[in-house]
Design a protein around this ligand. Sequence first.
Ligand SMILES: [Cu+2]
Length: 413
Amino acid sequence: MASIAYKGNRIDIEDNNNLDIKINGGSIPVEANDDATLFSSPLVFGDAASPPDLARAVIDAQSSIDAPAIVLRGTTDVDIEPTLNIRRNLAGLLDEDRNKFRDAVFLLKERGEYDKYIKFHGFTTNLGHSGPAFFAWHRVFLRNFELELQQSDPKYADVTLPYWDYTSANVDSLNNSRIWRDDFFGTNGVVNLKWTGEDGSEKKWVLPGYKAHGPTIIERDGIRRNTFPLTSRFVPPVRFNEALRNTDYRSFEPVFEGQPHGGAHVVLGVGSGNDQGPPGGFATAVNDPFFMLLHCNVDRMWAKWQQLMKERWLANNPGMEYPTTQPAKDYYWDKSDAAHTAPDNVDARRAMPNRHNLEDEMWPWDATQSHSGRPDSKLVADADKKIYTPLSVLDRRKFGYDYDNLDPAGFEV
Ligand SMILES: [Cu+2]
């Protein structure tokens, strides 16, 4: 039994003697250290640019050389507390983990629970978009979903949300997509997902009909994606680099929400025009389970930006300890800090502070539940009765999870 861990851009393989890995006929150089065999960068394998891709490539290679079972367990360059849920790259998941996530999603869909996420995103519009709380709102949304997956059945208790790094093509050595697959959530175009339900009968994926905030959505079968190529990246890495380079949340947030986030939605297709059209986009976007995977990566990039801000602060304040209050100061709508408070009416984005301030209770988790045209939060968000502000979720680890890796493919700042 061997185990593989990826760490930054290297892979540790433990308990594996006489390792002989060949890729495309050539052996991979293997360096041994005290207690592990270690691959280090640059080990380039096809388009495998990110560490999980690399780990997956090694597993692919292993499986072709009569190797012992390999268990991929990611680690990160920061200490991981055992109680944290660790989110991993979809493209690097073992089949059993990917299938487990898929089956948990199908179970929530079959029970009707998935549809409330479609609806409460459909009522949210500018209470969770086009403003500073964009990241925090989706962070709570995803964590609610993740916890509900875990609670749906004891066998799913360790399921975590995978992230989809859409700056990578995510293909294997034979140029097959690792993510657009018939045994996961389908490929492109119109996708009709079917599975065997708890009662043994065949179930199918249906978009529920409902009155959203604005449009009326008509019930229909399946998921409607664009006919994008299955083996290309959705967004070039430079888009992430451009966004992450901003040292001010006032710049980072709108740049990221616009291009590296919105661009991926547009290529995917659901909720971006070919499916009910804007603002119907909000109302149908979550019908595609890839919404969750796309946004998991968006959440990861917010975490990456926060980490970069910490590194920048430490570089500017040599010898000093990073203040715990700094992440809140970096959130630009902090009313208590004049330097970080944008004047109202500077432009349309800035004149929309409702539910976006650092300590505002975000809808639909807020106590007041009074927002014109939207249902009371209880109607759409009964997964979690807690109240959340952007401040309360700035630290993902205090919110119970972390990522195996924060770097997007091809990342450089
Ligand atoms: Cu959204």
